[in-house]
Structure formats: C-alpha cells, structure tokens
Design a protein around this ligand. Structure first.
Ligand code: ADP
Ligand code: ZN
Ligand code: ZN
Length: 695
C-alpha cells in the first residue's frame, strides 16, 4: 500500500502522511481527500515516503481524486518557494493556487465522464478552439463594440501590417526576442508609447516557436479592451483569462487547458501567476508598479515578484512594463540587474504627451473646490465638443458629516474611521467595513438640525459641475456608480459613444482607457498624499497622476492636465510638469536611502488583531521577546495600526527589517517556528506580511 506525504489545506506549517485507499502508480502532484480532525481536507501529494515518522497504527487513509492530471514538479516547486518566502503553510499555498472548483475537489462538469481521456474531454468541450476570454463571461471578442473595432484594426495590422513598429519598439522587441535564458526587462514607456504593442509582438514570437505566454495585468475587470485586443490579435490561438470575475467552471477549465498545454496565452490578474504552463516561454507584467499585484490577505504574495522567481525557475525572459515603474524595479534597472528598455515617446505620430500645469490655489478663492482656471478650461472643452475628466480619488458626497454646534462627527462604531456621506442614496456609509445607516435628521448628541458635510467627494463635485454647466452631460464614475460589471460596461460604452461631456471619477478611470475626445484632465484635491505618513504615498500619487493625465491627448487632439494645488513648487509636481519620471524616482530613492527604507532595506510586518488592543499588543510583545538574536535584523516596537480598529477588531503591528534579505529570511524562518508554538487567546489572529506595501 502506498504511503504518501500530503500538503493539506490546513493552517499548520507541516505536511502529513497517509496510506492510500487504493494503490496507484504515480501519485506525486495528485489531489487527494484526507481525513483531518473531524472532517476531510483537500491536499496535494508531495511524494511517496519509505517510512513515516507518525506511528503506523495512527496512519489514516487518503483517497486520490480521479480525473485530474497530476500537477507538474515545477508547479509544486513554485508553491514551495511561496511557502518558504512568505512563511505560509505549503498546503494553503497550494489550495490558494488552485481554482476554487478544484480546491473543493470538484471537476468542471464536462470533464466528469471518464469514458474520455483527459485531452479528449477538453477537446469535446471545445476549449481549445472556441473559448475566448471576455471581461465577464463568455462574450467573444467580436461581439462587443471594442472587439469589433479591435478586430478590424488588428486584421489590417496582422495581414500586409499597417503599424510599423517604431525604432524604439523594434529595439525592445529584438532585445526580448534575443534573450536566452532568464532575464528581467524593464519596459519603461510613457502612456501611449506602444508598450502593449511590444508585449503582443514579443508574445507572437514566442507562440511561433511553440511556447506559451503568461500576461499579468492589474485589474482585468477594468480592462476589457485589452482582453479583446489580445484575442483579436491571435484569432487562431487559445487565449484564456483567469481572474476573479470568471465563473468557477470557466476558471477551472482555463487552469486545466493551461496545464495540458492547449492554452497558448494566459491573461489574468495576480492569481494567474500560479497557472501551470508546461511550455511557458515568456512572462509579461503590465503596469508592474500597481499595488493590486500584492495580495492583502491570506497568502500575502506579490504576483510580480513571484513571476520573476518563476521566470528564473524556468530560465525564460520576463518583461515588467510601466510608465511609472515601482522604485524597487527602477532601482534594479539603474543598477544593471534588470535590462532597461525605453519608449520615451507616444507611438502615434500625431499624439503628443499632454501639457501639465499646476493651478496655485493659495492665491484664489475656490468655488466648491474648483478654481476659475479649471472652470474656464472645462467650459472651453464644452464649446469645442471635447471631453473633460475631473479626477478626485474620493467617492461619496463628503468624507464626514459634522455638527457645528457640539462637534459631533459621523464615525463608524465598528472602525476607527468616519462614516462617509452619500447623498445620492441618502446614506452614511463606512468605506472600511460596509456599515451603513440613514442620514440622521438632527445631531444625535445635541439635537441641532443644521448638520454640515465637510470635505468633498465625487458626488459633491458632480453636483457643483451640474450647477456650473447645466447644459453639460456629466457622468460620475466610481465604485458606487459602477458597482456591477454591467453598469461599468454601460458607462464605458456611453463615454466611447460621446454621450458625456464631463467625466467625474476616481482612479477607476485612470487605467488603460483610451477616450479619443478626451483633451482635459483636471486634478482636484491630491495634495494630502504629499504629506501622508506612508513613505510610499508620493510614489503612488505620482503614478496615479501620470496615469490619469495620460488619458488625455492620445489621438490627434492635444491634451492638457491642470493640477490644483497649494504646493505648486513641490518637486513631485515639478517632475510631473516636466514628464520627468527619472528625476522624481532618483530624488525619492535618494531620500529612501538616507531614511533606510525599501528598496535599500527589506521588511516584514507581524500583525495581530483581537477584540482588545491589549491582547494584540501583548501577543506582539511576547513575539519580540522570543525572537531569535540576529545581528543584522532590526526590530521595532509593537504599535497600533493606523486604522487601529476594523470591524470591531483592534489591530497592532510590529516591523522587522534588515539590509540583507537572506538575514531577514533566516530570522523569519526561526521566528515563525517559535510563533507557531505560542499559546494565544482563541479570539486572537496573527499573520506575517513579507515585503508589506501597507503600513
Ligand atoms: P501603451 O501600452 O504604452 O499605453 P499602446 O500599445 O496601447 O500603448 O499604444 C498606444 C496607441 O498607439 C494604440 O492606439 C496603438 O494601436 C498605437 N500604436 C502602438 N504602436 C504603434 C506603431 N508602431 N505605429 C502606430 N501606432 C501604434
Ligand atoms: Zn451636535
Ligand atoms: Zn466601519
């Protein structure tokens, strides 16, 4: 009877041995059900063992799941790397890396009949030929307006080729194509410089040689255009998408078609970095700086970093693309560790980068947050029949409702945060925990009837613009107005059809969109991020403004960006005006080096949460006391988190840091062993976050 070691989906940092209910020839990489505690858990067989360290009479029996091919050795090794590096139980890494259906031990319906072999059953599904990625479901590329547009364009392109690659693009494509073995490229190109073209051509070269390509994008739900563009570009290839918007069965099929090699391109969000790809030959990470590549719960991995490990593991090139690379990536490119490829100009000859100017708001009276200059610029666009976008990264009407008589403010009783005023549906709402209530008629403390909104969100800006420009068609785009994929698609379609004159929106509008008539971007209320406690806030602000500004002037009409600020001389705004990312990045890196921040140090955060703050802090203090002595590792004091209370749980954290990554990892490995052995109150939860992005 086979004796196997299984990585089970349980929160313990070890694997367990089982007998198999029935003998099997090859077991490594197979999924199995195994009894654990009072129930059954899913797991992945790591291999056979000669003798177990568990007593023979205690060994229970596990059952292999039929109908699924074994996961390959390199997939298992990738999961082992994540378990080691992020100090997360291997069985849980593997469970996470599987699509939800397989994680439950189920197969997509059409795979169930066992009369077929695995490959045949996939073919019977038509996966290899008919399934095309679509933003939310199975809409074929040609079935949407963008799809039709893209198809027409691409047909022309891929047949005699209407787009001749620019010299910069050609150089980048050649460099990627000539790379032999592992190499990390930074494709640093301004918005609209044709980065996507470079990815697609590099992918085409790889497919022509029989390879598979993996393309990671930040939030696929926001970029249906890209999905259509990729599948229209490769009409005879099998392009599959993997993101949380894809239904469970389709996601499982995508995983299986990647695994059996019938998928040529996998396009997806961070979770797709775990797709098994036997012929993987190229990885692309688009918008590599985007924070959504880092998962903020469970397995707190960075898909970009895991992708780099994977490229190294497979000995293949990886392309990190961005207009505003993360400072980590830029630093590596400067030091020569990554190869820098630059696209300094827009690809379309007529398209220029927008002119960027600041509006000094210290010198003028604002009308509900809007300067005379910005109002005039919007009016000018209206007269010319062009579109304006006003960017304010705060949804709702106002961030807080307050009583001027007694000082009461609307706060969330479950979080250390204020309830945001939403006038559109007359609610107060917590953006952290979702708690909501009707707007009170009078102050709950003193009865004053005159409650006042303070500050400004997108709804208030929309209201103001409607009063200023009664004839204009205004569309607000934020997570409230686009709270379903359907509504979001409808809004995008309306913008494309020219049915809006003024767009008011949050960062939802910043990424990837191409609106031909958009010529003005106004930035309202961005200053707060200049002085935020988080040392990454300026980096994020710069990327965001560069990105949102890049929406304008992408075609033949010149674009203009107006940034309202009280600090027009701030180096960040100066670098934006000059389109000088490098100057900004170098200044930031110099500051970080002096302050000892990443990328000059490596960090990990131990966080704890409990009903009482003291419980969380006590745990962290106990954790520090038991920390192994490591000369090169610095430990800070436990402190409450900035959002100290969330959903009635008090949260605290403890930072550890080192100039040496191996030293930090050595420390963490030893430390985790003691922490797993600590007795903690039942209601306390803790986790480790390696390379944390949030403070
Ligand atoms: P990015 O990904 O850098 O934002 P895209 O690849 O989306 O840029 O290209 C921006 C626009 O320029 C698109 O409309 C694209 O079709 C066009 N484009 C890209 N490369 C070329 C080229 N070599 N010649 C003409 N147009 C191009
Ligand atoms: Zn009051
Ligand atoms: Zn709350």
């Amino acid at each position: 009877m086979n004796l196997v070691r299984i990585a089970l989906d349980v929160p313990l940092p070890r694997s367990f041995d089982y007998r198999l209910t029935a003998p099997a020839a090859a077991t490594t990489g197979r999924l199995a059900w195994a009894p654990f505690g009072s129930g059954n858990k899913i797991g992945v067989v790591l291999g056979e063992v000669e003798r177990s360290d568990q007593p023979a009479e205690k060994l229970k029996s596990a059952e292999l799941i039929d109908g699924l091919p074994a996961l390959p050795a390199d997939w298992i090794e990738l999961c082992r790397f994540c378990a080691r590096y992020y100090h997360h139980p291997l069985g849980q890494v593997m469970a996470f890396a599987l699509p939800p259906l397989l994680r439950k031990g189920k197969l997509p319906r059409a795979l169930k009949p066992k009369v077929f072999g695995f490959a045949e059953s996939l073919a019977s599904l038509g996966t290899a030929t008919t399934w095309r990625p679509a933003p939310f479901g199975r809409v074929g590329a040609g079935e949407t307006a963008e799809g039709r547009r893209a198809s027409n364009m691409e047909t022309v392109e891929t047949a005699p080729s209407s787009n001749v690659a620019t010299a910069d693009q050609s150089a980048a494509i050649a460099a990627i194509g000539n790379a032999s073995g592992f190499r990390t490229f930074l494709l640093h190109g301004v918005t609209g410089s044709g980065k996507t073209e470079v990815y697609l051509r590099a992918i085409a070269a790889v497919l022509a040689r029989g390879g598979q390509a993996l393309m990671l994008v930040p939030e696929i739900a926001l970029t249906p255009q890209l999905e259509s563009r990729v599948s229209a570009r490769f009409p005879r290839k099998n392009v599959v998408s993997a993101h949380s918007g894809v239904a469970d069965a389709a996601r499982a099929r995508a995983f299986l078609s990647a695994l059996d090699g019938s998928a040529d391109i996998v396009l997806g969000t961070r979770l797709s970095v775990f797709m098994p790809l036997p012929r993987l030959a190229l990885i692309v990470v688009d918008e590599e700086h985007d924070a959504s590549f880092k998962q903020q719960d469970g397995l707190r991995y960075s898909a970009r970093d895991v992708a780099i490990y994977r490229a190294h593991q497979r000995g293949i090139p990886i392309v990190l693309g961005s207009a505003t690379p993360s400072l980590e990536t830029f630093h590596h490119a400067e030091s020569g560790r990554y190869t820098k490829l630059e696209l300094p100009e827009r690809a379309v000859a007529a398209a220029e980068l927008p002119s960027v100017a600041t509006v000094d708001t210290r010198k003028q009276k604002l009308q509900d947050g809007l300067s005379a200059e910005l109002i005039a610029a919007v009016g000018e666009r209206l007269r010319r029949g062009e579109q304006s976008l006003l960017f304010l990264n705060r949804r709702g009407y106002a961030p807080v409702l307050a009583c001027p008589a007694c000082g009461w403010i609307s706060h969330c009783r479950r979080c250390a945060a204020n309830l945001v005023l939403h006038l559109a549906d007359r609610r107060l709402r917590c953006h952290h925990c979702g708690l909501e209530m009707a707007i009170p008629h009078a102050c709950p403390d003193c009865g004053n009837l005159d409650l006042q909104p303070f500050g400004r969100g997108t709804q208030r800006l929309e209201e103001r613009l409607a009063a200023l420009f009664p004839e204009a068609r205004i569309l607000r785009i934020d997570r409230d107005s686009a709270d379903s994929p359907k509504k979001w698609q409808a809004l995008l379609a309306a913008i494309h059809a020219g049915e809006a004159d003024i767009l008011v929106g949050t960062q939802m509008l910043a990424k990837g969109h191409d609106f031909p008539k958009l010529t003005l971007v106004g930035v309202v209320g961005a200053d707060a991020a200049l002085f935020a406690a988080d040392f990454r806030a300026p980096e994020r602000l710069f990327a965001q403004l560069m990105q949102v500004g890049g929406r304008s002037g992408r075609h033949d009409l010149p674009g203009e960006v107006l940034i309202q600020t009280e600090y027009p001389d701030h180096p960040l705004y100066r670098a934006l005006r000059d389109h000088d990312y490098a100057a900004f990045a170098q200044a930031q890196l110099a500051e970080r080096e002096v302050a000892g921040f990443p990328p000059f140090t490596f960090q990990a955060m131990l966080r704890a949460e409990a009903p009482e703050l003291k419980q969380a802090l006590d745990f962290l203090h106990a954790a520090v006391e038991r920390a192994p002595a490591f000369a090169e590792v610095l430990r800070y004091d436990p402190v409450p988190m900035r959002l100290a209370r969330l959903k009635n749980r008090e949260r605290a954290q403890l930072l550890v840091e080192s100039r040496s990554r191996p030293a930090l990892q050595g420390f963490l490995t030893a430390w985790m062993e003691t922490l797993y052995g600590l007795r903690t109150p039942r209601e306390l939860r803790w986790h480790l976050d390696v390379d944390p992005l949030e403070f």
